[in-house]
Write a protein that binds this ligand. Structure first.
Ligand code: HEM
Length: 139
C-alpha cells in the first residue's frame, strides 16, 4: 500500500470512530442481507460482537505501517473463524458488507480512492486470516 492509501485509511477511520458501533450494525445488517444463511453462526449479541470487530479494525489501522506484525494474531483469528464455520468465500461477503457500511457512514468522503485503499487493507487482513487456515490444512 502507498503512503497516501495508508493515510486515507487512517483519516477515514478516525471519522467513523465515534459512530463505530452503528457502523458495525450497518455492516452486520448488510452481511445478513447478502447471505441470510450466516445468521445462526453469530451466537454472541451484536453489541459485543460489533465492539470486537471494531477493536480488531482499530488494531489494523493502528498497525497500518507494519501490518506484517499482526500476521500471527490474524492467522490465529482465521483458525478460530474456520471453527465458527466460516468458509473462504465468506470473506468476500464480509469485505463487500464492510465497504458498504463505510460508504454509508462516510457518504461523499468515501470516494473511489478511499474505497480502493480500504479494499486493499481488507484484502490483506482476509489473506492473513486465510493463510492460518491454509497452513493448518497442509499439516
Ligand atoms: C476482515 C475479516 C474479519 C475480521 C477482522 C473479523 C473479526 C472478528 C473478531 C475480532 C471476532 C471476535 C472473536 C475472535 O477473535 O475469534 C469475530 C468473530 C466472528 N466472526 Fe469475524 N472477522 C472477519 C471475517 C469474518 C467472516 C468472513 C465471517 C463469516 C461470515 C465472520 C464471522 C464471524 C463469526 C461467526 C464470529 C463469532 C461470533 C459469535 O461467536 O457470536 N468473520 N470476527
Amino acid at each position: 500500500m502507498t503512503q497516501r492509501e495508508k493515510q486515507l485509511v487512517r483519516t477515514s477511520f478516525q471519522e467513523i470512530c465515534e459512530v463505530a458501533i452503528p457502523v458495525a450494525r450497518l455492516f452486520y445488517g448488510r452481511l445478513l442481507d447478502l447471505e441470510p444463511s450466516l445468521r445462526p453462526m453469530f451466537r454472541e449479541d451484536f453489541q459485543k460482537q460489533s465492539a470486537k470487530l471494531m477493536d480488531m479494525l482499530t488494531a489494523v489501522v493502528d498497525n497500518i505501517e507494519d501490518l506484517e506484525k499482526l500476521n500471527p494474531v490474524l492467522r490465529e483469528m482465521g483458525l478460530r473463524h474456520a471453527g465458527y464455520g466460516v468458509l473462504p468465500r465468506h470473506y468476500v461477503l464480509v469485505e463487500k458488507a464492510l465497504l458498504w457500511a463505510l460508504a454509508h457512514a462516510l457518504e461523499s468522503g468515501f470516494h473511489a480512492e478511499v474505497r480502493a485503499a480500504w479494499h486493499g487493507v481488507l484484502a490483506r487482513v482476509s489473506a492473513a486470516m486465510l493463510a492460518g487456515v491454509a497452513d493448518r490444512d497442509m499439516v
